[in-house]
Ligand binder design. Structure first.
Ligand SMILES: [Zn+2]
Length: 170
């Protein structure tokens, strides 16, 4: 497992999601991210924002509390989307190992943000923001898939590009 600080590290840009100060990732998963990066045209960069998080750390406690509060707020805002709570507020493997990562897109040096209010951003707003960059998003997702990543099937999770590296069986 590699622990990458904020900034450029091992050939990839890293911007740990608050309150983390670094991102832990498996060596092989990082290698595959770099391969995906290499497939993209210049001007499109991957930004690593979240990787492995130990459940029993201070961060784990913070995540547990913010998850509890987040679920309450989410259900109040979107009563019709309760069935998504597990997918959006679950650890999605971040507590298992360093092959589960969240990635953002940097286009011409500017980070694309599809979730200005995080997971509380409405689907309408997410889609409106994404609509301007559909080609770029598809390019990035295609590169990730080509390199062995599965993109999360939940729409909101896929907007913060949660993906899981699955080594090819050979
Ligand atoms: Zn994630």
């Amino acid at each position: 497992m590699l622990v990458l600080p904020k900034g450029e590290s091992h050939g990839i840009q890293v911007a740990p999601r608050w309150p983390s100060s670094d991102v832990a990732i498996d060596q092989e998963t990082l290698q595959k991210l770099l391969e995906a990066q290499a497939m993209l045209p210049p001007g499109i960069e991957l930004l690593l924002v979240r990787g492995y998080e130990n459940r029993s750390s201070h961060l784990g406690v913070f995540r547990t509390l913010s998850r509890w509060l987040g679920i309450k707020v989410f259900c109040a805002c979107y009563p019709g989307r309760k069935d998504e709570v597990g997918e959006i507020f679950g650890a999605n493997g971040h507590d298992v190992d360093g092959s589960h990562v969240d990635v953002s897109i940097v286009l011409q040096g500017k980070r694309l943000r599809f979730l200005p209010l995080g997971v509380f951003t409405s689907l309408t707003r997410q889609r409106a923001r994404a609509a301007q960059h559909l080609v770029v998003i598809e390019q990035v997702k295609a590169a990730l898939k080509h390199c062995g990543f599965d993109i999360h099937r939940n729409e909101t999770e896929s907007m913060q590009i949660h993906c899981d590296y699955r080594p090819q069986k050979s």
